[in-house]
Design a protein around this ligand. Sequence first.
Ligand code: NAP
Length: 285
Amino acid sequence: MLGQTVVVMGASGGIGEAVCLSFAKMGANVVACGRRNPILETLLEKLNSQKIETSSPPTSLDSNVSTLAPKLKSKYAAEIPCAILHKQHHNIHICDVSNYNSITTLLSYLQKHSSSVSHLINAFGITSDSILLKQPLADIQRVLDTNLLGTINSCKAFSRIFLKQRYGNIVNISSVVGQHGNRGQAVYAASKAGVIGFSKALAKEMGPANVRVNVICPGFIQTDMTKNIFNPETQQSSLEYNDILNSIILKRFGEPQDVADGVLFLSKSKYITGSVLNIDGGLFI
Ligand SMILES: NC(=O)c1ccc[n+]([C@@H]2O[C@H](COP(=O)([O-])OP(=O)(O)OC[C@H]3O[C@@H](n4cnc5c(N)ncnc54)[C@H](OP(=O)(O)O)[C@@H]3O)[C@@H](O)[C@H]2O)c1
């Protein structure tokens, strides 16, 4: 990952942030995208103070680094912020994935200011839970525009540069709900099932150009998206909370880092494409 650039869409979310920090720890340059600037600003501070976690020496030290005192260099793994060792450049961008122009604006900026992008992680998403009969048409549109069309927009925009450079890694975040359905989430399920089918087809299209496309299906992960379930004031008495917990084989809810670990695994695995990785604590085995 050292010196490679990753674009994370949905970086202001729980899973997106964990993905950004995990890539930064591996020495990557992170382009963190979302719609809420204050949250992205805070994330940028975290990224810039991130320490690298690797046991092998960096391979692309620039001239500044090569002049560092040997004692300082020998301690790099534990002590020195990534930015000093590798001149990491992290960026934040406002980007609305449901708007194709918003993504192409980002792309134009990246092409002017960054080295090539190697990884695209689509970690955005919204829910709008309701039984279908009562769900307003506007909400249906919003969920599809964000979760499904947003994934298509993002992959389409980046496919141009990935195909041209004949290298690229895409990880799309779907959901176990896209595989199994869930009452009150028919539209969300449709959007997430769409992401799986779309990603498999794209893997077939882009594989010959060495562009890999994989999907992760998280189960119940503790983020803003699931905060109603995890509200400490209600969870002890919540039937839903206990029902869900009992149905998870590992008997715990997931952390954003559990998903980020899977994203990194897929990003580093050069011979995996078109796969769907469930990270759900065994919810559906
Ligand atoms: N948490 C779970 O239990 C769980 C389970 C299964 C699947 N997932 C999936 O995992 C992914 C991440 O979810 P999360 O749990 O991290 O939720 P989260 O904390 O609510 O984050 C969602 C992110 O999506 C971004 N987003 C929403 N609309 C967007 C748009 N139009 N353009 C760009 N970004 C947009 C939000 O950023 P802004 O508001 O700043 O734009 C936010 O950063 C989603 O695809 C979700 O469906 C989550």
